[in-house]
Design a protein around this ligand. Structure first.
Ligand SMILES: [Zn+2]
Ligand SMILES: [Zn+2]
Length: 394
């Protein structure tokens, strides 16, 4: 097993652009790659940058309906999308949409290939993680579900246990739906409660198809306002236990960073420091449970200047095995670039927000809102893994 790290990138990935005022603006990816580059993260000896090729029809139809592929291809000429979720405010049609979405999916499959073939121990596609796309429809800014296609490709290579962990503030509904009846794929999603946020699913009682795959989905729904400590406490009380019990052969994480306190679309309260700690936690988990076989995808994140570039630069640095110190100063050239682009947000000066990332471990006698969320998920899911919902050691 190589200990190298693959970062999937090509400026062509910026072609996934839903229009000027749409929150999913590709400048967030552009600024991330430039920040990582400016800090020397992309020059590290173990790291190589690989260019993706678009996923072809055979790959896309592992998950998507052929009629939907046709609708996406036709969409620029036929903008109503005929029942496939296209042409809405969330999923506007844009020129080159099919090719741009296929390139992102190709990037996530390339990441999976690199890890599967042992060419890289970890692989990252920050343009990926489009976890809301469904079999026959676009949803939540997502056209093709690159995460689900990459998992389906891995299943074709013979994997029997694949774990998918979704850190995005929104429920990973498209990936869950794709494998809800497949016991070979464990989907775990930690997100803001569906009571107050799109897509309105991801309740703890969604635990997998009752006839075929009970226990194959785990959902941890957190109350609005959950901060770094609460989030890390919840993650630690649920995710490592179920993933370890499942004994995956490979780990895929969706690292959406929209749980950030300034995110315009959601209501959790993480800082980039909490996010940095979350990436460390999933990295550690990959080494713990599956010999470091780790594929990391991007996802949501709409703090274009102050959140996404810092969060995912930390993610790449974490995977490279050489973390950035939180107090690392951000080069003036990067901040000047932000101002030149006319972006309103004030460019950050360092890689930290001073967030406190310590936390107390969960036990069944605590009673905060976060603790109630933890208990509800443990009660719904832990028995399927032979774990005791009330035992803090489990
Ligand atoms: Zn999201
Ligand atoms: Zn590692």
């Amino acid at each position: 097993m190589s200990d190298s790290v693959a970062v999937i990138w090509d400026d062509a990935l910026l072609g996934y652009t839903m229009g000027g005022d749409h929150p999913m603006h590709p400048v967030r990816l552009d600024l991330t790659v430039r920040l990582a580059d400016a800090l020397g993260v992309l020059d590290r000896p173990r790291l190589q940058v690989l260019r993706p090729t678009p996923a072809d029809k055979a790959l896309l139809t592992l998950i998507h309906d052929p009629a939907y592929l046709d609708a996406v291809r036709r969409a620029p000429a036929d903008p109503d999308g005929a029942g496939h979720g296209l042409g809405t405010a969330d999923n506007p049609v844009f020129p080159g949409m099919y090719d741009a979405a296929a390139l992102i999916t190709g990037g996530s499959v390339l990441a999976a290939q690199q890890v599967h073939e042992g060419k890289a121990q970890h692989a990252i596609n920050i343009a990926g993680g489009l976890h809301h796309a469904m079999r026959a429809s676009a949803s939540g800014f997502c056209v093709f579900n690159d995460a689900a296609v990459a998992i389906a490709w891995l299943l074709r290579q013979g994997y029997e246990r694949i774990a998918y962990v979704d850190l995005d503030v929104h429920h990973g509904d498209g990936v869950q739906a794709a494998f809800y009846d497949d016991p070979r794929v464990l989907t775990v999603s930690i997100h803001q409660t569906p009571l107050t946020l799109f897509p309105g699913t991801g309740y703890p009682e969604e635990t997998g198809d009752p006839d075929r795959a009970l226990g194959s989905a785990v959902n941890l729904a957190l109350p609005n306002g959950t901060d770094d400590s609460g989030w890390l406490r919840a993650f630690t009380a649920v995710v490592p236990s179920v993933v370890r019990a499942f004994q995956p052969q490979i780990l895929i994480t969706q690292c959406g960073c929209d749980a950030h306190h300034e995110d315009p679309l959601a209501d959790l309260g993480l800082t980039v420091d909490g996010q940095r700690a979350s990436y460390r936690a999933v990295h550690d988990l990959a080494h713990d449970v599956c010999d470091g076989k780790w594929i990391a995808l991007g996802g949501g994140g709409y703090g274009l200047v102050r959140c996404v570039p810092r969060a995912w630069t930390h993610l790449i640095a974490e995977a490279s095995g050489d973390r950035l110190r939180p107090d690392t100063e951000i080069p003036a050239g990067w901040r000047d670039d932000v101002r030149r682009r006319g972006l309103r947000a004030r460019p950050p000066e360092t890689m930290t927000e001073g967030g406190y990332v310590g936390f107390a471990r969960w036990d069944p006698f605590t009673e905060s809102r976060v603790d109630r969320a933890i208990a509800r998920t443990r009660t719904a899911s832990f028995p399927y893994f032979g774990l005791d919902p009330d035992d803090p050691r489990d």
